[in-house]
Design a protein around this ligand. Structure first.
Ligand SMILES: Cc1cc2nc3c(=O)[nH]c(=O)nc-3n(C[C@H](O)[C@H](O)[C@H](O)COP(=O)(O)OP(=O)(O)OC[C@H]3O[C@@H](n4cnc5c(N)ncnc54)[C@H](O)[C@@H]3O)c2cc1C
Ligand code: SF4
Ligand code: SF4
Length: 766
């Protein structure tokens, strides 16, 4: 049973529970300055990409001013490389070429991970449209040939690889250098490159008997076994490939915890289906191992409501359920991982409250008891305390800081005189400068944030990758923000009235002219902006609101699904720009998808509030419930759910909390687009070719938490009937194999969207 803190942590860390990675900055530098992480450990899923990182990190190091001068002390290395795999060896070759003093520590032997692949395994050199970087050789080859080639390269280049010598600990010195300890000695280095992969850390079941002699976590020589009864645990590609090879000469049972194989390559899927049909392999779905005994294993099987146990003969058992990031090892080195909820939540909460209390006194609410100046000092001290503990790594303090900032921004914006505590009566005035109200400055800050971070995101996803789709998307988002959510409501509407650009009649009608705020309704449809229909609107707004909501939005959803959220909307815009750096933290997994029910609840609430308000305004019915309804909706949805909470949570749950869980317009579009897909008339979908290598990059970067990889592996269509995709296209852009593409001809055929090759057949790895 989880306690309260663990439950909160589980939610806040839900984005990276599956594929936690070290926090990396520019040049792959970890949270420990001077220590760089590359290869598998840094998310490079295949050999070729790991090799590329090896070259790139050394290029980066050689560009640093402090590395221009090479070390000439005999006991100080320029670079110490840990791990003699694809990434580490290529880095060492590049470092040697650049004249850095360097050697490689390797816990076992050169190319250990590949050496441990099953005998005769074919190693694929994917992605095949990119040439390998660096001096290490790579082409499709049997693993034995590849390892032999790499050993020859090590020899020919005179690389100093110290095999059978694992890194045990690393200590950062005051002068910025490192002392690395191994069982054989101590080494001092200016920079350390960690390329230890994660394959050496196979995931375990943690059940009794798993340590027995005949329970293995990797399969080295499948052909060694014959006429045996073998249990394979797992349902990924490694497990299924192992089972298929073993089944050639043995009786094989697969135990898999899920109800179907969801992550298999198409080829493996076909082969295993055939083997099952021919009774060469038995699969027990929804099962997990309770314990291993001598020569057998006890399985728990979930039969949908009833549970049973079955004893399976197992002369040998292979537990092939993937590998884990070596969290303990990394932490022992001082490397911080994503979503590390270290720190003291109570202290962070106390400091947050103290800041707010200080601000309350500062606002002059208890002048006799505590003078405003003292209150201000308390607020500053508590805020500084949060910042200081945050800087020392307390993630709860960052949560407190983030909350304070966005609670203040939105709580004050709520209205002059109705600001949230502790700003009541003074906050709005205090933040209204140069004759402009706080709401104006809020819009300015919003637009500046979006523009600054939008340019960064445009560079990251569009310009650097030469991805036209992303370039247009960010240009669109920034243009909508500037024109429709800033210039028009703040300036152009007033000028249009003043200079009668809208015609003399409309300009002189106070019902139209005095309500610049309604211009948000030009783009924001019901129910996101239901105010279009309330408070005595001019009929032009009502007509436009009806046309937008009931004609334009449904048509848009037909062709573009929910792209409104990722191309047009200002709320989505801040998430796509300011929130972009945290997109990989979006909650993932089935539980996080179940939380999406909240969006339907908000849509229903918005519909009820609208009907009550319309009833009140047109036939003067149910006035009090209507006023309460709109008041509650405004506070709960328009302030807390659209403002304070999601933006506070950007650095912890990614940018799309509002869009995914609470926005009623997103839900409305989802229902429409999903219905079009079911009817077979939707023009929006993502399709996959057969090149997926299961690297997880698409799923990791999907900000609405969709397990895109699962669709890609099965080559299933991803649309709004099966997911809440908002069509941002980041999964398409980030895929190293060009597996994904927008399938709808309406968009994909336009030349401005770079078409992805859709049907190249390559064999899959793993
Ligand atoms: C079954 C399987 C099949 C695969 N097939 C393919 C394929 O066909 N094609 C493809 O491109 N990719 C394939 N991959 C993925 C590929 O293996 C990895 O992407 C690649 O090996 C990553 O390289 P790396 O250098 O980051 O890490 P690794 O190759 O894992 O190298 C890490 C090295 O660090 C060493 N090490 C670990 N800890 C320490 C320590 N404390 N001190 C010193 N040394 C340490 C290890 O012994 C190892 O030699 C496959 C993976 C698996 C599991
Ligand atoms: S599935 Fe792809 S296009 Fe859809 S929201 Fe996720 S990353 Fe964006
Ligand atoms: S579809 Fe996803 S998992 Fe497959 S190769 Fe592309 S990014 Fe990796």
């Amino acid at each position: 049973m989880l306690n309260f803190r663990e439950k909160i942590e589980k939610v806040l860390a839900s984005g990276s529970t599956d594929a936690r990675r070290p926090i990396l900055r520019r040049g792959n530098e970890s949270s420990l300055k001077g220590l760089y992480v590359i290869g598998d450990l840094a998310g490079a899923p295949v050999i070729k990409l790991a090799m590329a990182q090896g070259v790139e990190v050394v290029d980066y190091l050689s560009s640093l001013p402090e590395m221009k001068q090479r070390s000439n002390a005999y006991d100080l290395l320029d670079i110490l490389i840990v791990g003699a795999g694809a990434a580490g060896l290529n880095a060492a070759l590049a470092a040697k070429d650049k004249g850095f003093s360097c050697f490689v520590l390797e816990k076992e032997k050169v190319a250990n991970t590949i050496e441990n692949f099953p005998e005769g395994k074919w190693v694929y050199a994917e992605p095949d449209d990119r040439p390998p970087k660096g001096k290490l050789w790579l082409d499709g080859a049997q693993k034995e040939d590849l390892v032999a080639r790499w050993n020859a390269i090590v020899r020919d280049n005179g690389l100093d690889v110290r095999t059978e010598e694992p890194l045990v600990s690393l200590a950062k010195q005051k002068d910025g250098t490192f002392i690395a300890r191994t069982p054989k000695g101590e080494y001092r280095a200016r920079k350390v490159i960690l390329a230890t992969g994660q394959r050496g850390n196979p995931r375990k079941l943690g059940v009794p008997g798993e340590g027995q002699e005949r329970v293995y976590h990797r399969l080295y020589s499948p052909r060694k076994y014959h006429d045996e009864e073998i249990l394979v645990v797992g349902g990924g590609n490694s497990a299924v490939e192992a089972a298929l090879t073993l089944a050639e000469r043995n009786k094989v049972v697969i135990s898999y915890r899920a109800g179907e194989f969801a992550r298999l390559f198409k080829d493996n899927r076909a082969k295993v289906d055939k083997a099952i049909a021919e009774k060469r392999i038995e699969v027990i779905f929804n099962s997990s191992v309770k314990e291993f005994r001598r020569g057998e294993a006890v399985l728990k099987i979930d039969r949908g409501g009833s549970r049973e146990e079955r004893v399976v003969r197992a002369d040998h058992a292979f537990v092939l359920i993937g590998a884990e990031v070596p969290v303990t090892f990394l932490k022992s080195l001082g490397v911080k991982l994503e979503n590390d909820w270290s720190g003291v939540p109570l202290r962070a909460a106390a400091l947050t409250l103290a800041t707010l209390l200080g601000l309350w006194f500062f606002g002059g609410h208890a002048p006799g008891a505590v003078p405003p100046l003292a209150g201000g000092l308390v607020a500053v001290a508590a805020f500084a305390g949060l910042a200081a503990t945050g800087a020392r790594g307390d993630r709860w303090s960052w949560l407190g800081l983030s909350f304070l900032v966005w609670f203040s921004v939105y709580g004050i914006k709520y209205g002059k005189g109705t600001e949230f505590w502790p700003y009541t009566g003074w906050g709005y005035k205090a933040l209204s400068f140069f004759d402009r109200p706080w709401s104006f400055w809020y819009t300015v800050i919003y637009t500046v944030l979006m523009t600054g971070f939008g340019v960064q995101a445009l560079k990251r996803w569009g310009l650097d990758r030469k991805d036209k789709f992303q370039i247009w998307r960010y240009v669109s988002l920034l243009s909508f923000q500037w024109i429709f959510f800033f210039l028009i409501p703040e300036f152009l509407f007033t000028w249009a009235v003043k200079y009668q650009w809208v015609g003399e009649r409309l300009a002189s009608d106070p019902q139209f002219a005095d309500q610049a705020w309604r211009s948000y309704g030009i783009i924001y449809a019901w129910p996101l902006f239901f105010y279009t229909f309330f408070y005595d609107p001019h009929k032009i707004w009502v007509l436009w609101g009806v046309l937008l909501t009931f004609v334009i939005i449904p048509l848009f959803a037909l062709f573009h699904g929910k792209r409104y959220c990722s191309w047009i909307c200002g709320c989505g815009g801040l998430a796509e720009t300011f929130g972009d750096r945290w997109r990989h933290l979006a909650p993932k997994g089935k539980a996080s998808i179940r939380w999406e029910w909240m969006q339907l609840a908000i849509l229903i609430a918005a519909t009820i509030a609208t009907l009550l308000m319309l009833g009140k305004d047109t036939v003067q019915l149910l006035r009090t419930p209507a006023e309460w309804g709109i008041y509650l909706y405004r506070v709960v949805a328009d302030v807390w759910l659209v403002g304070i909470l999601p933006v506070t949570l950007y650095p912890f749950l990614g940018g799309k909390v509002w869009c995914r869980y609470w926005c009623p317009l997103a839900k409305l579009m989802h229902l429409m687009s999903g219905a079009y897909s079911k009817l077979g008339i939707s023009r929006f979908k993502i399709v996959a070719n057969d090149k997926c290598i299961g690297c997880n990059e698409c799923s990791r970067n999907c900000q609405v938490g969709i397990d895109v990889m699962q669709y890609a592996l099965k080559q299933e269509v991803l649309d709004n009937a099966t997911s809440s995709c908002i069509g941002c296209g980041i999964c398409v852009s980030v895929c190293p194999m060009d597996t994904l593409s927008f399938g709808a001809p309406a968009l994909a055929r336009l030349p401005m969207y770079s078409a992805q090759p859709a049907t190249r057949t390559t064999a899959a790895v793993r």
